[in-house]
Design a protein around this ligand. Sequence first.
Ligand SMILES: *Cc1c(COP(=O)(O)O)cnc(C)c1O
Length: 384
Amino acid sequence: MKASASFRLVAPDTGEAYAPDAPRWRSASGALLDLDIQPVFDPDLMRRRPPGMWRYLEALPLLDPDRRIELGETATPLVPLRLDGQEVHVKLDYLFPSGSYKDRGAALLISHARALGIGQVVQDSSGNAGCAVAQYCAAAGIACDIFVPGDTSPSKLRQIAAYGAQIRLVPGTREDTAAAALQAAASTYYASHVWNPFFLHGTKTFAYELCEQLDWQAPDTVVLPAGNGTLLLGCEIGFRELYAAGLIGHVPALVGVQALACAPLIVAQAPGTPGAQPAGPTLAEGIAIAAPRRQAQMLAAATGGLVGVSEAAIADTLRLLCGMGYFVEPTSAAVIAGVRQYLAERARPGERIATVLTGHGLKAADKIAKMLEMKDMLDTHPQI
Ligand SMILES: *Cc1c(COP(=O)(O)O)cnc(C)c1O
């Protein structure tokens, strides 16, 4: 088999290394794996292909590029958005086929699983990663079990089931769900967006696409969600690769956004931040990760620091976005609330800022309706 970019699997903490076609998602000693990859960028070749993540084929870790799974994941639009009087660039990743940017990672990861000849995978998710993996497994003819917490949005469960995936509801916390999936993964392939490094080499195409859409003039700052950090870590890889290839003149600062109600990174980095809780329920279910597996990597990737947003700010920003014509998930509103806070407290005049709308509002329509009715209550009780 010929690889697209040449690559191998490596465990950064222990130095263990594996061939590209090793069916591994963690090392023999149980450590996290990353990919050691030599990406190639050929601008002429790229320009001749349709827009979207696959135009960067020589920079992706694909064992069999011709057998990748495509579902029309074209380049997402980059639009200017005026927030509190300042313009930022926003990438509309909620327009992916399954309704969230998780398709970038799942498309690459499940293409890899198929190239390995894997017939069954397990995965765990609070919703959107499960939708994306189930979608590409359906297209690839791979059986898939998705472990989800008991409180997952019903519409996301219906979407996962509609693709034909087996749903395994796990009572308890998000961490209990991860533990159950980990146990099942002992005997199958773990298509985890957290453990499996191929996912991050799909999400890195966000950075490629953004820079190409800006004529390779990288923004100064990119504001991203920080739940499990799959977009944050993908961007860290993507921008670094573009810089090493000489395609951009600097690596943007990356700012991670957490909900104050569930802010393990903020608590670890800045203990005593007012209102910051290590774990707790939040309207931003997509970033409610109390113990992110790649926390140390996320803290290193967030070179522009972290921002914590209140529940009131999330609800307020969701209302603002809907009023501007963007029907997105509450989690997406949390990221934009983080941008607004960054603009108010830390941005320099003229700073070029980019960000993302991550998930489609149709996935959480009931919750959004309730939140917008709750607005007055949130104004008087900002800690709800
Ligand atoms: C997964 C997700 C996020 C957060 O991404 P992480 O990779 O966990 O940091 C943000 N928004 C939506 C809609 C998501 O599905």
